[in-house]
Design a protein. Structure first.
Length: 209
């Protein structure tokens, strides 16, 4: 099974997403039931009615989100372990199975409808996520740097001059070997030429000149 480094490992992902689901459901329930409690309460007691509705219904909605998230992630991990790979079909099948399990007390017909509905929702979510990832991937493609308008590519002779070994001249400048004149040695100073070896002095029979 391929490792997905964008999410936690399967045993920890279930517990993590249960907590995340409860928090999302509780916060959403706080806003929704707080507004309903405020609107349905009589004048003078709207704040107390809003708080009472939040305490009564927000934890229930958070628990429903936590149950759905836990079942979904458990099914996703099980399907990925059975199939041995990670792809978009795992969450789609997990969403369908979660919808069917949550509607198990309502009969086979309702289970089928809930399974189709849950799989369709996860398919739409996975499709939108894949589209967003593909659009964002274009922003990270390597791009060639912009060249100035008067840029000219170097000629073959210039490229060879760069690759040729450099030799220092008498003035200290660096020139290339193929740029040195062929008859440069003819105009060198005579003092720079190597001296001829000294000839041995002839001596007589008994060491006299």
């Amino acid at each position: 099974m391929t490792n997905d480094h964008t999410r936690d490992p399967c045993p920890y992902a279930i517990v993590n997403d249960v907590g995340v689901g409860f928090c999302m459901g509780a916060m959403g329930g706080t806003v929704w039931h707080g507004f309903k409690g405020y609107r349905n309460a009589p004048r003078g007691e709207r704040l107390a009615g809003s708080l009472a509705a939040i305490k009564a219904r927000a934890p229930v909605l958070g628990g429903n989100f936590a149950v759905w998230s836990g079942l979904f992630n458990a099914g996703d991990c099980m399907i990925a372990g059975v199939r041995g790979k990670e792809d978009i079909w795992n969450p789609i099948m997990a969403g369908a199975a979660t919808g069917a399990i949550l509607a198990a007390r309502s009969g086979p017909k309702v289970m089928t409808i809930s399974a189709v509905f849950g799989g369709a929702i996860l398919a739409v979510m996975e499709g939108v996520s894949a589209m967003i990832n593909r659009m964002n991937a274009d922003n990270y493609k390597p791009q060639a740097p912009a060249l100035p308008a008067d840029f000219q590519a170097p000629t073959a002779q210039e490229q060879l001059s760069v690759l040729s070994p450099q030799q220092p001249t008498s003035s200290g400048d660096l020139t290339f070997a193929h740029q040195q004149p062929a008859n440069e040695g003819m105009f060198n100073d005579a003092s720079a030429a190597p001296a001829a070896p000294a000839q041995p002095q002839r001596r007589g029979l008994f060491g006299l000149a």
